[in-house]
Design a protein around this ligand. Structure first.
Ligand code: ADP
Length: 425
C-alpha cells in the first residue's frame, strides 16, 4: 500500500533525512509542498528564509538530544505560507521528521504512520508512543526553556565579554593612577628638598646681617650721642625683623624636614614661660606700639621644661599674627597660667585679638602648611601660611594641644596647653 494513502486523512509531511538534514525519502507529502523534487535537498531549502536558522537549531538539537518536539517552522505552500508543528527524531543515524499545521494532528499523523512496516518506522513508532505519553504542554515548555536557555547563554557570553573589557580598562586605569601617584610623590620630594636647601642658603646671610646689626647697636650705645634712640630704635627694628625672618625660615625648614620623614627632636631645658613671653613681647614692641597690649600672667613665674628656641618661635608666631590680623588701637590680650585640674600639670596660654577673625569654613585648615584663610588673602594681608603649621608642629613635639575660636570682624582666640614636662624628658 502506498504510504501517502495511509496518511490521506491528515494534512502533513513526513520525511526521512540523513544525519546532516539532506532529504532522502518522502514518506508523506499531502500539503502540496515544493513542486521541485525534494529528495537530495537540504531541509533548510524547504522552509521560509525566516525559519532557516531555527531549522539549523533543530538539527543541532537532534544531534545533542536525539529528539525535538513541536518546533514551529514556516514553509511555502501553493499560494501561501503555512506553519508546521514539527516533531523529529534521530533513528539509526537518520533523521525522521513530521510536520502538521495543527499540533493535535501530529499525534494522529503518527498513529497512521504506525501502520508502516519497516524497521525504521518500528523504532519511530516506539518513539512516538513515548512522545504521545508526554503532555503537549510539557513539550512546549521544554522547547521554551531551551529557547530561553540559549538566549540567556548568549547574554552571559556578551556580559562576560563586557566584563573582560571593563577589567582591561580598570587595569589600565590602576596603572595610570599608580604612575600619577609616583609622579606626585616625586614632585613633593623635589619641592621639599628645594625648600630645605634654599632656606638653608637664606639663613646664612640673615645671620650675618643680624650679627653686624648687634655690633652696630653696641657701638652706637658706646658713642656719647645726644639722642641715641634715634639710631638704636631703628637698629632694634632691623634686628627684630631679621630675627622674624630667621624664625620663619627655620619653621619652613622644619616643615620640609618633617615632610621628608626627617624626625624632629626637641631639647627641653628648665625655663620660665612668663619671662619667655615677656622677652618676645619686648622684641615685638616696635610692632605692638600702636595696639593696646594686656599681659596677665597668673603667677610671677611659670617654670617648666620646654625647648627654648622652639617655644620662642611658637609664642612669636601667635602674637605676631594677633598684631598682623587686627587694627591699630585694638586690644591684644595675652594670659598665662597653670591648669590646676590637669594631670600631669599643664601650662595654659591664651592669645586673643579683636581683629578680622577667621571664616568658619577656614578654621579647620589654618594649621595646614601654606594654607591661608580667604579673608586674609582678599584683604591683601601678607603672609606665607607656614606660621601656624610650624606652631602646631612645635606643640606636637611637646605633646601639647592648640585650639582656636574665632568670629569674623570680632576677633580670634588661640588657646595652647603644654605639659609642664614633655613626656620624653
Ligand atoms: P600667615 O603667614 O598667612 O599669617 P599662618 O600660618 O601664621 O600664615 O596663619 C595661617 C592663616 O590663619 C592666616 O593666613 C590667616 O588666614 C589665619 N590666621 C592666623 N592667625 C590669625 C588671627 N590672629 N586672626 C585672623 N586670622 C588668622
Amino acid at each position: 500500500m502506498p504510504k501517502s494513502d495511509v496518511l490521506t486523512p491528515i494534512q502533513g509531511i513526513a520525511l526521512l533525512c540523513d544525519s546532516q538534514g539532506i532529504i532522502q525519502q518522502i514518506i508523506a507529502n499531502n500539503l502540496g509542498l515544493a513542486a521541485a523534487p525534494l529528495v537530495g535537498q537540504a531541509l533548510t531549502t524547504l522552509v521560509e528564509p525566516s525559519s532557516v536558522e531555527k531549522t539549523q537549531n533543530l538539527l543541532a538539537t537532534l544531534h545533542m538530544q536525539g529528539v525535538a518536539f513541536d518546533w514551529l517552522l514556516y514553509v511555502p505552500s501553493a499560494n501561501s505560507v503555512i506553519g508546521l508543528h514539527c516533531y523529529a527524531g534521530m533513528v539509526g543515524g537518520q533523521i525522521f521528521i513530521v510536520g502538521t499545521p495543527s499540533q493535535p494532528d501530529a499525534e494522529a499523523f503518527f498513529e497512521a504512520l504506525m501502520q508502516i512496516n519497516n524497521q525504521h518506522q518500528n523504532t519511530l513508532r516506539q518513539m512516538m508512543k513515548d512522545l504521545a505519553m508526554q503532555r503537549p504542554t510539557a513539550s512546549l515548555a521544554q522547547a521554551n526553556r531551551l529557547d530561553e536557555f540559549s538566549r540567556l547563554n548568549s547574554e552571559l557570553i556578551n556580559a562576560q565579554r563586557e566584563l573582560a573589557k571593563r577589567n582591561r580598562e580598570l587595569t589600565t586605569l590602576a596603572q595610570e593612577n599608580a604612575q600619577l601617584y609616583q609622579d606626585a610623590a616625586a614632585a613633593l620630594q623635589l619641592r621639599n628638598e628645594f625648600i630645605s636647601s634654599i632656606t638653608h642658603d637664606l639663613k646664612t646671610p640673615l645671620t650675618t646681617i643680624k650679627g653686624y646689626g648687634e655690633i652696630l647697636h653696641r657701638r652706637v650705645s658706646r658713642l656719647d650721642l645726644a639722642e641715641p634712640a634715634k639710631l638704636t630704635d631703628p637698629l632694634a627694628t632691623i634686628d627684630m625683623t631679621v630675627q622674624r625672618m630667621i624664625e620663619q625660615i627655620e619653621g619652613l625648614l622644619d616643615m620640609a624636614r618633617l615632610q621628608m620623614n626627617d624626625a624632629l627632636t626637641i631639647s627641653p631645658s628648665e625655663l620660665d614661660l612668663v619671662a619667655l613671653v615677656q622677652r618676645v613681647l619686648k622684641m615685638l614692641a616696635p610692632l605692638l606700639s600702636r595696639h593696646r597690649l594686656e599681659f596677665t600672667p597668673q603667677t610671677p613665674t611659670l617654670i617648666g621644661s620646654w625647648d627654648l628656641l622652639y617655644l620662642e618661635r611658637m609664642v612669636t608666631n601667635i602674637i605676631s599674627n594677633a598684631i598682623k590680623y587686627s587694627s591699630p588701637g585694638s586690644l591684644i590680650a595675652v594670659s598665662l597660667g597653670r591648669d590646676p585640674s590637669a594631670a600631669p600639670p599643664r601650662a595654659i596660654m591664651q592669645v586673643c585679638d579683636q581683629g578680622v577673625g577667621i571664616p568658619a569654613g577656614d578654621l579647620e585648615r589654618i594649621f595646614e602648611p601654606f594654607y591661608r584663610a580667604a579673608n586674609a588673602r582678599e584683604r591683601g594681608i601678607k603672609g606665607t601660611g607656614i606660621g601656624l603649621a610650624s606652631v602646631r608642629q612645635i606643640i606636637d613635639l611637646h605633646s601639647g594641644t592648640i585650639s582656636v575660636t574665632s568670629e569674623e570682624q570680632v576677633g580670634t582666640c588661640f588657646t595652647i596647653q603644654l605639659p609642664m614636662n614633655p613626656p620624653s624628658s
